[in-house]
Design a binder for this molecule. Structure first.
Ligand SMILES: Cc1ncc(COP(=O)(O)O)c(C=O)c1O
Length: 347
């Protein structure tokens, strides 16, 4: 493989990360006795300005624990139509928590406060579903790594807070948003009741997410985590990977962003209708190959023949994601392969 751009979840732990994992002090985390897990939970909570954190094996579980804290069975959450919690968590909010959902349309997943505010419904008695939660995804995965403007987030918070509607941030890639925008993690954290972040995407840890919120909410989430069968024992070996990633792999996300921007600029030059390079803000590029007459699975297959792996996120849309294991040479290979294919269909 010359460049594996399928996902930033593909990263393998570096030698230094493995070393940190091997040296981790551990205990039984179900009894709250793993010092490395506690250190990670406290560190992430502090970074995001929240009281407490809870380690979870996956981003999906961290999100689902967050959702069920805020939404009672039969109430609803609202999120944009491409949100990971709606499209890629396999209906977990409905299947496990009895949550109904509605979505607003969005361009690139970008938050426009009018979207959620057109849906939020409260105080309507026994006739309509009560909205209990707004979910925001930052950066936006299927939207193409879109960074949510802090001003828009604050506007939604200011409008929903007096209505008693909570906000959850799916911050699987909040690190990327922070590095790209320069907005402090705490400033993002301040606008949400709960935040989930992933250590296993661009940060390069093999496993792990953290949910943060109030101490009371995290105590409840801890019960639900155990109920779901995700109470883990000497899991400090995994938390150590997360702590190592926080020490060494956050600022370097800027390298992934620069490589993604290089790829997007080259593709925009080859086929201007396939991508607007000015919208590529982080490590994800979504090409509208349909706009130049390609079917996404065929484009993905043709790239793969040249050793470049990508992912079809829609009938005409192909996603490429940069991460720790893709260097400048890999990026060059991806540029050559994708621009050749795009040019082959561009008049
Ligand atoms: C935005 C977003 N949220 C949540 C998740 C879920 O993470 P996991 O795969 O660890 O369950 C992902 C995974 O790619 C994601 O992109």
């Amino acid at each position: 493989m010359r460049a594996d751009l399928l996902s930033d979840t593909l990263t393998r732990p570096t030698a230094a990360m493995r070393d940190a994992m091997a040296r981790a002090e551990v205990g039984d985390d179900v009894f709250g006795e793993d010092p490395t897990v506690r250190a990670l939970e406290e560190r992430v909570a502090d970074l995001l300005g929240h009281e407490a954190g809870l380690f979870a094996p996956t981003g999906s579980l961290a999100n689902q624990l967050g959702l069920r804290l805020h939404v009672a069975p039969g109430q609803e959450l609202v999120a944009d139509q491409m949100a990971h919690v709606l499209r890629a968590e396999l209906g977990a909010a409905a299947a496990f928590s009895g949550i109904t959902s509605r979505s607003w349309p969005s361009e690139r997943g970008l938050l426009d406060p009018a979207g959620p505010m057109s849906l939020v419904t409260t105080g309507v008695g026994p006739y309509q579903v009560e909205t209990a939660l707004v979910v925001v995804e930052n950066t936006h995965n299927f939207g193409g790594g879109t960074v949510q403007p802090i001003g828009a987030i604050r506007e939604v918070r200011a409008a929903t807070s007096p209505l008693g509607v909570a906000m959850h941030l799916d911050g699987a890639r909040l690190w990327n948003a922070h590095v790209a925008s320069g907005v402090a993690l705490r400033d993002y954290g301040a606008e949400f009741d709960t935040v989930s972040v992933c250590l296993s995407k661009g940060l390069g840890a093999p496993v792990g997410s953290v949910l943060v919120g109030s101490a009371e909410a995290m105590a409840q989430a801890r019960v639900w985590r155990k109920r779901y069968g995700a109470g883990m024992r000497q899991v400090g070996i995994l938390a150590a990977a997360g702590l190592h990633a926080l020490d060494h792999h956050v600022e370097r996300l800027a390298d992934d962003h620069a490589r993604a921007a290089r790829f997007a600029a080259a593709c925009a030059q080859a086929a201007p209708s396939a991508v607007d390079a000015s919208t590529v803000e982080t490590n994800i590029v979504v090409l509208d190959v349909g706009a130049v007459g390609w079917d996404a699975p065929a484009f993905v297959a043709a790239l793969l023949e040249q050793g470049v792996r990508t992912y079809a996120v829609g009938p005409g849309r192909v996603r490429a994601v940069w991460h720790l294991d893709v260097d400048d040479a890999g990026t060059g290979a991806a540029v050559d392969a994708a621009t050749t294919l795009l040019r082959s269909r561009t008049p």
